[in-house]
Design a binder for this molecule. Structure first.
Ligand code: NDP
Ligand code: A1CAB
Length: 303
C-alpha cells in the first residue's frame, strides 16, 4: 500500500472553518504540494468562500459533510466552542483511513476520538500565524490511533509553514501559551518599542521600521548562533552604558514577571476552555443547535 506521507500524490484535504488559521493551513498545504483541485475549504458565509476561492483557487462550500466525504485529511480550524457540533455533524462522513487534524487550542485528541468513528487517527497541532510567511512553528502530537505515517503526513502538510516539532500531548497547553499566542506578545513588544521611539522624537514610520528590524535581527541572531539570550543581552550591555540603564527600568517594571504571569494565564485559559467543553458527546439525534446551546451554557462565554 502507498504511504500517503511520501507518495507523490496527496490525499484530498478538507479545511473545516477557514478563518485566520484555517486559511493559513490551507495556504501552507498549497505551498507544500497540494493542488487547489485537491483542497476544499468550508465557511459559514458565502462571501468568505468567494474570497478564499479568488485568493487560492480552491473549492469552498458551506456543507461540512460534503467537504469531508472522500477527504484523506480533515483539518478542524473552528473555535473551541464550535468543535463538538461540527464533529457531530461530520462524524458519519469520516472514512476509514482519514486523518483528522485539530489546530484548536485546549481540546485534547480524546475529545475528537469520543466523537468520531472508532479508530480514527487524530493529530493535534498548535501552529502560529507567522506560518503565513513560512516562518511559523507548529507543535504536533498524536492521538491514540494515529501512527508514524499519519504524523508524517501532517508534517508534510505543514512543511512550507516553517518549523514543525513533535511534542507530548500533555505539553500542548504550554505550547499554545508560548508559541501559539506568542506572535501576539511579540507584536505587542514591537508596538511598544515603536511608541517609545516616537516618544523620543522619531517619526512613526522610522520607529516601526527600526523596532521590527531589531526584533527580526535579534531572533535571527539567536537562531543562527545558538547563543543563549542572556549572554547575547550581556554583550549588548556595555559597562556603565545605556543598555544596562534601560534594562534596569524593565526589571523595575516587572516585565519578566509579567511574561511569566501572562503565559500562565494563557495556559490556564486553555485548560479552562477544554474543561468547560468536556463531557460526553451529544446523544444521537441532538441537533447542532442543541449541542451548541449546552456548550454555551457550560462555558458562560462566547469563546
Ligand atoms: N489565530 C491564531 O493565531 C491561532 C488559532 N488557533 C486555533 O484555530 C482555531 C480558529 O481560530 P481563528 O482562525 O483565530 O478563528 P476564526 O474565527 O478566524 O476562524 C474560525 C472560522 O471558522 C468558521 N466556522 C465556525 N463554525 C463553522 C462551521 N460549523 N462550519 C464552517 N465554518 C465554521 C468561522 O466562520 P465565521 O467567520 O462566519 O464566524 C471562522 O471563519 C481556534 O480553535 C484556535 O484555537 C490555533 C493557533 C493559533
Ligand atoms: O487566542 C487563541 O485562543 C488562539 C489560540 C492560540 C493563539 N490564538
Amino acid at each position: 500500500m502507498t504511504d500517503p506521507s511520501t507518495s507523490s500524490t496527496v490525499p484530498r484535504l478538507a479545511v473545516l472553518g477557514a478563518g485566520v488559521m484555517g486559511e493559513t493551513v490551507l495556504a501552507g498545504a498549497l505551498a507544500s504540494g497540494w493542488r487547489p483541485a485537491d483542497v476544499v475549504a468550508t465557511v459559514r458565509r458565502a462571501e468568505r468562500g468567494d474570497e478564499l476561492a479568488a485568493r487560492h483557487g480552491v473549492a469552498t462550500t458551506r456543507d461540512n459533510v460534503e467537504a469531508v466525504r472522500g477527504a484523506g485529511v480533515v483539518v478542524v480550524a473552528v473555535k473551541p466552542k464550535d468543535v463538538a457540533a461540527l464533529l457531530d455533524e461530520v462524524s458519519g462522513a469520516v472514512g476509514a483511513g482519514t486523518v483528522v487534524v485539530s489546530v484548536v487550542v485546549g481540546l485534547p485528541t480524546s475529545f475528537y476520538e469520543e466523537r468520531l468513528p472508532a479508530g480514527t487517527a487524530v493529530v493535534r497541532v498548535m501552529p502560529n500565524t507567522p506560518s503565513v510567511v513560512g516562518a511559523g512553528v507548529s507543535a504536533v502530537s498524536r492521538g491514540s490511533a494515529a501512527d508514524d505515517a499519519d504524523v508524517a503526513l501532517v508534517e508534510r502538510l505543514l512543511a512550507a509553514t516553517g518549523l514543525v516539532v513533535r511534542v507530548a500531548e500533555k505539553d500542548q497547553d504550554a505550547v499554545g501559551a508560548l508559541s501559539g499566542s506568542g506572535p501576539a506578545y511579540v507584536f505587542y513588544v514591537i508596538d511598544a518599542l515603536a511608541e517609545a521611539g516616537v516618544l523620543l522624537g522619531l517619526t512613526r514610520a522610522t520607529a516601526l521600521e527600526l523596532a521590527t528590524a531589531t526584533v527580526h535581527g535579534a531572533a535571527t541572531m539567536l537562531r543562527e548562533t545558538g547563543e543563549h539570550p542572556a549572554i547575547a543581552r550581556e554583550r549588548v550591555s556595555s559597562p556603565g552604558g545605556t543598555t544596562v540603564a534601560a534594562l534596569r527600568r524593565l526589571d523595575a517594571g516587572g516585565v519578566r514577571a509579567a511574561f511569566l504571569d501572562a503565559l500562565e494565564a494563557a495556559r490556564d485559559r486553555s485548560v479552562e476552555l477544554a474543561a468547560a467543553l468536556a463531557g460526553p458527546p451529544a446523544p444521537p439525534g441532538a441537533t447542532g443547535d442543541e449541542a451548541r446551546a449546552s456548550g454555551d451554557e457550560a462555558r458562560g462565554t462566547d469563546r
